[in-house]
Design a protein around this ligand. Sequence first.
Ligand code: ADP
Length: 506
Amino acid sequence: MEEDRSAAPGPEGRGSLAQLFEDGGLLQHLFHHSTEGFLALDFRTLETVEVNDAFCRMLGRSRAELIGERPDAWLAPEDREPFWKTAVRRGEEDSRQYEARLVARDGTRVPVLANASTWSAGPEGPAMSLVFVTDLTRLKRTEELSEQLMHVLEAFPGLIGMCDGHLNFLYHNAYAKELLGADRAEGVTMRGTHPEWAFRVMREEAFPTAANEGYWVGDSALLDKTGREVPFLVTVVAHHDRAGEVRRYSLVGIDQSVQNLAEERRHRYAEQLRSISRLISLEGLTSLLAHQLNQPLAALGNYAVAGQRLVPQECPESTRLRDLLDNMQRETRKASDTLVQVRKFLKGEGPDFHALDLNDLVRRLPPFLQEGTASGRVPVRLQLAKGPVTVVGDHLQLQEVLHNLVHNAREANRERSPSDPDPVVLRTRRQGGEAQVDVVDAGPGLPPEMGTDVLVRPFYTTKKGGIGLGLWVAYTILEGHKGRLEAFDNPDGPGATFRVRLPVEP
Ligand code: ADP
């Protein structure tokens, strides 16, 4: 691009700062080297009198091309009218600011902020319109991007927030406003939104860790607008300033209650299914078949024998009749034998007894029994006897016993202190000729009517949605192991202990 500066007052000499002001050198310098665009229009004709380099760059055109042109040549058509109305014609106002779009040589539109003022040379009125033009392309792009990001944040199905170094929220997305209640979300503090334990975790662990290491991820909880505690998986990110001070924290929280609910339902459902199928397939069905069919079959056999004896010798059909009763007896015996086979088969599917160490069994419980799940947050603490505690039993069945007892103990601990439940203690020991596993909770204790008879009574439950088979299955399995199940309130504190007692393998 060829620049013709002959008409422009060019910078002359080097001079001092005072000189710059005196001879207009500073103004010329600013005019030519500013990154802001600048143009001067004749107030009367609106022809361009002067432009600087920055303005030429915005349009991708030379100064020579622009001098003499009217703004219509480079203003976007939709911006022409407002420009005429506000920017140029209204010379009475000192300074006007407006946004417009310029059309560059290659057709791209350049968003700009224009600052126009009127310059009068003498008493005869305004001589020129002077316009400073700021290129807003980058700012607009950033604004657009922020707007899109804002949409994403607002539509995010979880909590997104930002708080200052004093843990006051500065921003909440729509999800948070809905969860916390629109009024509460405004200017609410971290303390106000968390239950006490979660606020402690945030203040003592989450924010200090994020400040030191950049971020923190962990379990926390929020109080919703009704005061209900909602579990959240939270990520905290710290934003530092140049001096290394934390200025802001961003928070992203995923509501875990929906997931936990599904997980809990799945567990409960699986547990109920297991118990019911055990009841139906082994205990129920076999004994039902045995009882319902064995008796009539035996009776049928006896009737056939008695009938044979009663058939009179002189009866012309006596031989045929005896043959028929013979067949009947044989078929009855066959049916009985089949029943015995079925029972044997079912028994063959039953327990698989061998020597096992209860310490080992407890240590190798499935992970979801050993640790507090995110849903439960009820850990299990092991207190194991020194040396092996050996019994003869079925590994899977004894695991099932512990599963049912630990599950109940966790529920009990959660019932008593939902937000900060105590751990469940699993203790093994040898006591005389006995091996014991205690499942100790810190829950509300046993229901008053609970006695040994309750343990052996299927479908006894005090829980909403409970089925009342967990203890019964445990009791039945232990009976099959020549063992016992006992339950008692803890003598030295809240809660109950469920004790599994099994004969020790010598
Ligand atoms: P469910 O869990 O479906 O109710 P269970 O057989 O596991 O069935 O338990 C039966 C009942 O025994 C429970 O409803 C509860 O009243 C009582 N129970 C079981 N475990 C405990 C415990 N650790 N603390 C207090 N009560 C318990």
